[in-house]
Write a new protein. Structure first.
Length: 188
């Protein structure tokens, strides 16, 4: 029996060495989602953090942020905003470009997804370089939202993303942290 929920989640995450490229260790949340107890512990960890805060919406980043974000929004009795990769939303959108290690990408949301002054929690599965999280936060700000916090299951601080998000003035909460030299749980 695990007494620390964050440690339990961290131990449930699978680390896949050399994927998708040699030298990269992929942190796979699939085992957390497949295990009903681990998934509940994860969602409860976020619910307990945010249940006393005044929030209006949860914005989840494409695609794994949708999984945790929509369940969290449901549990907190809030609406959910999907932050999608460019070209995936059917209505009028606003887009934000950001840099990747090997190029550029864009995320977008519907222009009517948030009203000025609404308090939004932004969530994704992990923070690596922080580009997607920063771009999503900028989208919300452009529509007048107040992004209360950036949250994720995993922080990869050695890649600088959580600091890049903090540098924008946004606070960051993550359930667990993995460093580059941490082999993680490879036995699942």
């Amino acid at each position: 029996m695990h007494t620390d929920p964050a440690d339990y989640i961290r131990q449930t995450i699978r680390s896949v060495p050399n994927w998708p490229n040699p030298g990269v260790t992929f942190r796979d949340i699939t085992p957390v989602l497949q295990d009903p107890q681990a998934f509940r512990v994860l969602i409860d960890l976020f619910v307990y953090r945010y249940m006393q805060q005044r929030l209006d919406l949860v914005a989840g980043i494409d695609a794994r942020g949708f999984i945790v974000g929509s369940v969290l929004a449901y549990e907190l009795n809030l609406g959910f905003i999907p932050v999608r990769k460019k070209g995936k939303l059917p209505f009028k959108t606003v887009a934000e470009d950001y840099s990747l290690e090997y190029g550029n990408a864009s995320v977008e949301i519907h222009t009517d997804s948030v009203r000025p002054g609404q308090r939004v929690l932004l969530i994704d599965d992990l923070i690596a370089t922080g580009g997607t999280m920063v771009a999503a936060s900028r989208l919300l700000q452009r529509l007048g939202a107040n992004t209360v916090e950036a949250a994720a299951i995993i922080d990869l601080p050695d890649l600088g993303g959580s600091q890049a998000v903090r540098d924008t003035g946004l606070s960051v909460f993550t359930a667990c942290t993995f460093h580059e030299d941490d082999p993680g749980n490879q036995s699942l």
